[in-house]
Design a protein around this ligand. Structure first.
Ligand SMILES: Nc1nc2c(c(=O)[nH]1)N[C@H]1C(S)=C(S)[C@@H](COP(=O)(O)O)O[C@H]1N2
Ligand SMILES: [Mo]
Length: 314
C-alpha cells in the first residue's frame, strides 16, 4: 500500500499539529501503522519546527505539494522506487542521533542532533531541487548554512574538500540488506563537495521542511541541500562530515562514473548519456520547463568555477 499524507495545497503549507495527527489517525484507520509509529518517537516527523523565512533565498514558483514532496523520493536505502521511502521509511530512527565532524580541522567534534539544531538560527528557504532524472520540486526547507557548523570545528588550511556519509545500518535501512538490492550502491552512501562549495551561503544544512521536522523519507534527522547541483549531491541522514585534502569518492560516481561526476552542477548543456538535461518536469505539472544553468543560481555560484571546463567536470 502506498503511504499518502493528506493532500496539502501550496496555499496551505503549514499543517497544524492537530491536522497532522488527524492524518496519522486516518492512516491507522486504513490499516497502516506508520503514522502511529512516528508519533511515538521524540521529535516525530510532522512535529512543527519554527524557522524565520529568509526572503533573500526563495524561488518565486509555487511550492510543490507536501504530499508529492514526501511520497516521490529518491532514497535508495529504502528501495529504488520513488514510493519506497515513504512506504518503508518508518524503520529509520532519527533519535538518538550523532553527527561526527572531523578530519582536517583543529576542533573535531561529535554533535548530538539537539546540538546540531542549535548551531545557528533556523531559516526557511525556498529552493528547487533538480534531480538528474530531469524532474524538479520547489521545497520550503528549514536549516542554516553548513558553513556555520564547519566553522565550529575550525577547518585547517590543508582542508580542500568535505565528505558526507549517510548512516549504514541495514536494520534501519532495508535497502542496505544483501539480497534486497544490496548490489546497487556501495554503502554507506557518500557524497562530497569542494570546501568553497560547502562554505557557500547557499549550501544548507537541513533539518526540516514545510514548517516541520524532516520526514524520514526526506533524510531525517539531518541532510544537506545544495540547490545548484543535482539532487543526488544532497546526502540524507548524515552521520559524518569529514574535512579532507583529497576529492572524496561519491556513491553515484562509483556506481556509474561515466554518468555521474564529482561536480554534478545543474548544466542544461551537458546531457546525461541516456537523456537530455535541457528541460525538466516540475512535479505536479505536465509541461516541461527549460532547465537553467546552475539551477538558476548562476549569479551566486558561477564564480566558483572560473576557468574550469564544465563539460569535462560534469
Ligand atoms: N543517503 C542518500 N541520500 C540521497 C539519495 C539516496 O539515495 N541516499 N538520493 C539523492 C537523490 S538522487 C535525490 S534527487 C534527493 C531526493 O531528495 P528528496 O527525496 O528529499 O526530494 O536525495 C539525494 N540524497
Ligand atoms: Mo536525484
Amino acid at each position: 500500500m502506498r503511504l499518502r499524507y493528506s493532500d496539502v495545497t501550496p496555499e496551505k503549507l503549514y499543517l497544524s499539529r492537530r491536522e497532522l495527527m488527524a492524518g496519522a489517525i486516518a492512516l491507522a484507520a486504513i490499516g497502516c501503522d506508520v503514522g502511529a509509529e512516528a508519533t511515538a518517537a521524540p521529535m516525530p516527523a510532522g512535529a512543527p519546527l519554527k524557522a524565520t523565512p529568509n526572503a533573500a533565498y526563495r524561488v518565486q514558483d509555487a511550492p510543490t505539494k507536501f504530499d508529492a514532496a514526501t511520497t516521490y523520493n529518491n532514497f535508495y536505502e529504502f528501495g529504488v522506487n520513488k514510493e519506497d521511502p515513504a512506504r518503508l521509511g518508518q524503520t529509520l530512527k532519527p533519535r538518538p542521533w550523532h553527527v561526527q565532524v572531523d578530519g582536517l580541522c583543529a576542533k573535531p567534534k561529535t554533535f548530538d542532533i539537539e546540538e546540531v539544531l542549535k548551531v545557528a538560527p533556523l531559516e526557511e528557504r525556498i529552493y528547487s531541487l533538480r534531480c538528474v532524472e530531469a524532474w524538479s520540486m520547489v521545497i520550503p526547507w528549514i536549516g542554516y548554512p553548513l558553513a556555520a557548523l564547519l566553522k565550529q570545528v575550525e577547518p585547517r588550511p590543508g582542508a580542500k574538500y568535505v565528505e558526507f556519509t549517510t548512516l549504514k545500518d541495514p536494520e534501519q535501512f532495508p535497502g542496505q540488506k544483501p539480497g534486497f538490492f544490496g548490489g546497487t550502491l556501495d554503502w554507506p552512501y557518500t557524497e562530497g563537495l569542494r570546501l568553497d562549495e560547502a562554505m557557500h551561503p547557499l549550501t544548507l544544512l537541513t533539518v526540516g521542511m514545510y514548517g516541520q521536522v524532516l520526514p524520514n523519507q526526506n533524510g531525517a534527522p539531518v541532510r544537506v541541500v545544495i540547490p545548484w547541483k543535482y539532487g543526488f549531491k544532497s546526502a540524507k541522514s548524515i552521520v559524518r562530515i569529514r574535512l579532507t585534502d583529497t576529492e572524496p569518492k561519491t556513491a553515484w560516481n562509483k556506481a556509474a562514473p561515466q554518468e555521474y561526476g564529482f561536480y554534478s552542477n545543474v548544466n542544461p548543456k551537458v546531457d546525461h548519456p541516456r537523456w537530455s538535461q535541457g528541460t525538466e518536469r516540475r512535479i505536479g505539472e505536465f509541461r516541461r520547463r527549460t532547465t537553467l544553468m546552475f539551477n538558476g543560481y548562476a549569479d551566486q555560484v558561477a564564480s566558483l568555477y572560473t576557468g574550469m571546463d564544465l563539460k569535462k567536470n560534469y
